[in-house]
Each structure stands twice: as C-alpha cells, then as structure tokens.
Design a protein around this ligand. Sequence first.
Ligand SMILES: C=C(O[C@@H]1C=C(C(=O)O)C=C[C@H]1O)C(=O)O
Length: 409
Amino acid sequence: MSVALGSTRPLSVTTTPVDDPGDLFARLPETAPYAWVRHGEGLVAWGEAIRLAVPPGPRRFDWARDRLSDLFGEAHVDDDVTAPGSGPVAFGSFTFDPEAPGSVLVVPRTILARRDGRAWLTTVGERRLDAVTPLRTPGRIRYGDGSLTAPEWEHAVARAVRRIRSGHLEKTVLARDLTAVAERPIDVRLLLARLADRYPECYTFSCAGLVGATPELLVRRTGETIESLVLAGTIPRGADQADDVARGTTLFTSEKNRHEHACAVASVREALDPLCAELKIPEEPELLVLSNVQHLASPVSGRLSDGASVLDVVAAMHPTAAVGGTPTEAALGVIRELEGMDRAGYAGPVGWIDARGDGEWGIALRCAQIEGSRARLFAGCGIMGDSDPASELAEAQAKLRVMQYALEG
Ligand SMILES: C=C(O[C@@H]1C=C(C(=O)O)C=C[C@H]1O)C(=O)O
C-alpha cells in the first residue's frame, strides 16, 4: 500500500534561515526535482526522504492527512523560521479520478524556500551536498495523438453537447492528451525554467514527474485564511493589442462563457460554505490574461471555522466544476464515457502541505507527465450546450502550447 523510502524511524527535520538564494530553479539537481513557484517565490525541493503511495478510494485525502499527521507528529523538528512551508513539508499529486492509482505524497530530503523577503533551507535526515549539473536540452520532439485523434475528440465534444441539450446535465469538461517523444531524456529543470519565464503569474509545479504551470489555485491555506482562484471561460489571445481587447470583451460578454464560469463558482461556493465562517466571492468575474489564452477568473477568499487542514479543504473542493462539470456525478459519467483516456494526475490536485496544515494546492492544468524521454501532455475545455467542437479543439490546442513550448523552447 504505502512505500516508505529510507528510514521508518521518526524524521529528523532542521529548518534554518539562509541568504536570498536568487533563482530557485538554478539550485535544483537533475534527479527528482520538486517545485511550487510563482513570481520567483515558493518552494523547490529534491531527494525523497519518504514516498507514500496513496491508496485509491473515496477516503484517499483522509488517509493522506492521517499518515502525514503521524509522520509529522512524531518527527524531531528544529525550525528557526516558523512560516508556512518551513519545517517538514510533503509535496503531493492526486489523480483526477479517486478510483485511479497513482496518487502520491513525497517528503523531500531538502527544501529551499523563498517568501516575503525571507529564505530558508530545510533538511530531513543528514544534510547532503547535491551537485547541480548544467541543464540539458531534450533535442527534437516528435508528437503523436493520445487516446483520441483531433476529429475523434471533436466528435466526443459533439456527443457531450447533445447530452447537455437533452437535459442530462449542464456542463462537462472534456480533455485530450498528446504524446511526445524527445531525442534525449527530458530535464525537468529546463521545463520549469521555461514555464516560469513565460508564465510568471502561474504556479510552476513539479511533483513525481507531473510538471506544468497552472493558473488555477485550488486553495491556499495560511492559518485560518483560505484563498482560491476559480477559472472557467477561455478565449485564445489575439494577434495584436486591439484584437486582444476585442477578444477579452467577447469573452466577458459571452453568455456561454459566463454560464460556464458561474457553474465553476457555484461548485466552489458549495464546497467551501460548510467549512468557512466567512466567504467572499465577487459578483462578477475578472479577466486573467496569460501568454496563450484569456480566462474569466473569480478570486475567492475565506476564513475557516473549524481548523481544517489544507488537505481537508482540497478534499471538499475536488473536483470543482472547472474540471468536472455540473452536476458533478453526471458530468464525471460523461467524462468516463466520452473522453476515452485516463487523466492520471491531470486536473487533479497538486501542491504541498506542512505540519501546521498550511499549504498551497493547484489544479494540475497545462501540464505533462514526464518519464525519461517521453511526455504525455493534457488539456481540456468546459463543454456547454452551445459549445462548438472546432472552437473547443482550438482552445485545447492553445492550452497544449504551454507544454509544447516548455519542451521545445
Ligand atoms: C481544463 C482546463 O482548464 C480549465 C477549463 C477552462 C475553460 O474551459 O474555459 C478554463 C480554465 C480551467 O479551469 C485545462 O487547461 O486543461
């Protein structure tokens, strides 16, 4: 069930303040890099002190929380920083489908963090020196269809639209995958550096081979405060500034996109309401403009009422209608039936948690699963009753470009 690497004795954890390390990614060795970074701040980590394979099932988040609270509870911790992300930390990636295997938690051996003008280093066990080798380029990339070809995927979208029009559900989200094979093994650090450079407002992440830059913050917990950024409703960027502004206006006034966004916001409200003493959700979304697409975005904030950990909040929220649909069960049924692929960690929660229960988790979007010289890229779109399959395909392609750029430069 669970695989623990290294010692099963209590963890010995030391956090000390360090001078500003500058570019966090430049400090990563090539093997097993972990990351959660936005605007140059966050955590990078390497080495694996503990790896837990989370058993699939409806109680997987509870299992993860309980195992971590045992591990962290019995650890010997010497923490001179006491900030969110200091002391022992676990990175995690959960599969989209609770019944799919592959969810994992890793307590890295070394964690380097930088936040609000402070920086610190955490080591688990003996402090070791890890050589930082130069970045390696993967060479030529050859792409192939994933589970469905583009026309097959458009056909699946058309079927989902019919299902929605016949009143079975309001919204679903269909995704597709692409395969990529590089000439040489893929250096995850190079992908991280390129992603962070082009998408600084996204969360550049790496966890157990799942690598990407997601704009969608599922939840950040800092003490009793939580924040989230709900995204749904997308239009590709324009050819020039005037076109861009016109597209932004089209997106903002599009009934289809506003409805799609409202479904996502409603699912987040429903999940967070029972956990919160206070919850703020703006009445109207705003525009989030990224290098490849524009999104409708609603920043959410709240105050927890009962000391839930960040994983408890993740458990309550996943899957939001931004990646599942409305109503959830009907939408998941359509995804299982029409998408024809295993989403693995794509569209699942990815992030980190510390011993206080603080942490940051995103929805794993604009990402790929990397294995040696191979990658599997993912992207999906919210489907409504008036979705046009060709436009949805164009949107999925715009989203796939994030990882294509990371691989190709
Ligand atoms: C499903 C993805 O993105 C989600 C779907 C969106 C949409 O359909 O408009 C927008 C943002 C995300 O919530 C993806 O990037 O793969």
